[in-house]
Design a protein around this ligand. Structure first.
Ligand code: GDP
Length: 301
C-alpha cells in the first residue's frame, strides 16, 4: 500500500482527489450529489452501487440535518469500509492447513495467474513454507516455461508434464509430490483460454473433482485472478468461473494499471467474494494482502 500511495500520482490520484475534494467543505446541495455520483460512476464503481451509496449517505445527511459536506466524510468512509468488511475473508491470507493445502488460480488468459503464482510462491517461501508449483495450464508451452522460471527464481519445485497433457493428472501428481516431500502449500496455475469456454469449464471442474477427492475442503482455495483493467465488462466471465468452481476469493491483478480504483468496490458488491490480494506491478514483491481500511483511506485522502 505504500507503493500504491506513493507510486500512483497519475490519473487515479486525480480521481480519488476529486472525491476527497467534494468532502472538504461546501454545502450539501443537489450539485454535490450529482458530482459525487458522476465521480463514482466514472471511477468504475458501477451505477447501481453508486446510487445505493448515495441514497444511504443522503439518508444520513437528512436525519442529522447535516448541511456541510465535511460532516459526511467519515460516514462515507465507514459506509465503504463496512461494505467491504461485510464479505467474509476479505484480505485473508491463503489457507495453510491441513497440510498440504492447495490454491488453484483460475482466470482468463493474460489476467495474471502465472505471475501471481510466482509472487505467492516467493511470499510463502520467505515465510518459511515449503511451496510446490503445479503447471496445470497445459495448453500453452509458454505458460509451463514461465512457471518453471518462477520456480527457479523462488527456489520452489515445479511439477509439470508436457504441453497438451491432462491438467488433472498434473495436479494429482503435485498432491502426491507434496505429500512425499512434506510440502505445505501447492500453488496450481491453470488454463484460461476463452474461445472454448465450455471445455475450459469442464476441464476446471474435473480438476476440482480430483482435488476434492484428495484433499479436505478446508485445505483448498480456488482464487480467481481478475485483471483490474477489465472495468465493468468482465463480470459475466467471473460468474461463469464461480458457478463452475465455487470460488473462495478474488485476486485483483494489475490494480496499478487502472485509473479507476472503484472497480474494487464493484467486484465485491457484485460477486460477494472477498478480495484476498491485490497485484500492484510485475515484480515479485508487487502483491499485497488486501486491506479494506487502507483502501478506503487511500480513496479519500
Ligand atoms: P496468465 O495468462 O493469467 O497466466 O497471465 P500472466 O501471469 O502471464 O500475466 C500477463 C501479463 O500481465 C504479464 O506481462 C505480467 O507481467 C502482467 N502482470 C501480472 N500481474 C500484474 C500486476 O499486478 N501489475 C502489472 N502491471 N502487470 C501484471
Amino acid at each position: 500500500w505504500d507503493k500504491l500511495r506513493d507510486g500512483l500520482k497519475g490519473v487515479r490520484n486525480r480521481w480519488s482527489q476529486g472525491i476527497a475534494a467534494l468532502f472538504l467543505g461546501g454545502t450539501v446541495s443537489e450539485a454535490f450529489w450529482e458530482n459525487l455520483e458522476d465521480l463514482l460512476v466514472s471511477g468504475d464503481v458501477g451505477v447501481e452501487l453508486a446510487e445505493r451509496l448515495i441514497a444511504e449517505l443522503r439518508e444520513y445527511a437528512k436525519k442529522g440535518h447535516l448541511s456541510e459536506t465535511s460532516q459526511l466524510r467519515d460516514y462515507f468512509l465507514s459506509l465503504l469500509e463496512d461494505r467491504l468488511l461485510s464479505v467474509k475473508g476479505m484480505g485473508e491470507p491463503l489457507a495453510l492447513s491441513p497440510r498440504p493445502s492447495l490454491t488453484l488460480l483460475v482466470g482468463v488468459n493474460g489476467s495474471g495467474k502465472t505471475t501471481t503464482a510466482g509472487k505467492l510462491a516467493a511470499q510463502y517461501r520467505r515465510q518459511g513454507h515449503r511451496v510446490l508449483l503445479a503447471a496445470a495450464d497445459t495448453y500453452r508451452a509458454a505458460a509451463i516455461d514461465q512457471l518453471k522460471s518462477w520456480g527457479e527464481r523462488t527456489g520452489c519445485r515445479v511439477v509439470s508434464q508436457g504441453p497438451g497433457s491432462d491438467a488433472a493428472a498434473v495436479v494429482f501428481d503435485a498432491i502426491q509430490a507434496a505429500r512425499s516431500t512434506d510440502a505445505d502449500l501447492i500453488l496450481a496455475d491453470s488454463a484460461g483460454r476463452l474461445h472454448t469456454k465450455h471445455n475450459l469449464m469442464e476441464e476446471l471442474r474435473k480438476l476440482r473433482r480430483v482435488i476434492d477427492r484428495e484433499l479436505p475442503s478446508e485445505a483448498v482455495e480456488v482464487l480467481l485472478v481478475l485483471d483490474a483493467v477489465m472495468g465493468q465488462n468482465g463480470f459475466r466471465q467471473v460468474e461463469a468461473f464461480h458457478e463452475a468452481l465455487g470460488l473462495t476469493g478474488v485476486i485483483l491483478a494489475k490494480y496499478d494499471n487502472t485509473a479507476k480504483g472503484g472497480v474494487l468496490l464493484s467486484v465485491v458488491d457484485r460477486l460477494k467474494l472477498p478480495i484476498r490480494y491485490v497485484g500492484l506491478g510485475e515484480g515479485v514483491e508487487d502483491l499485497r494482502l488486501f486491506s479494506p481500511h487502507d483502501f478506503v483511506e487511500e480513496l479519500l485522502s
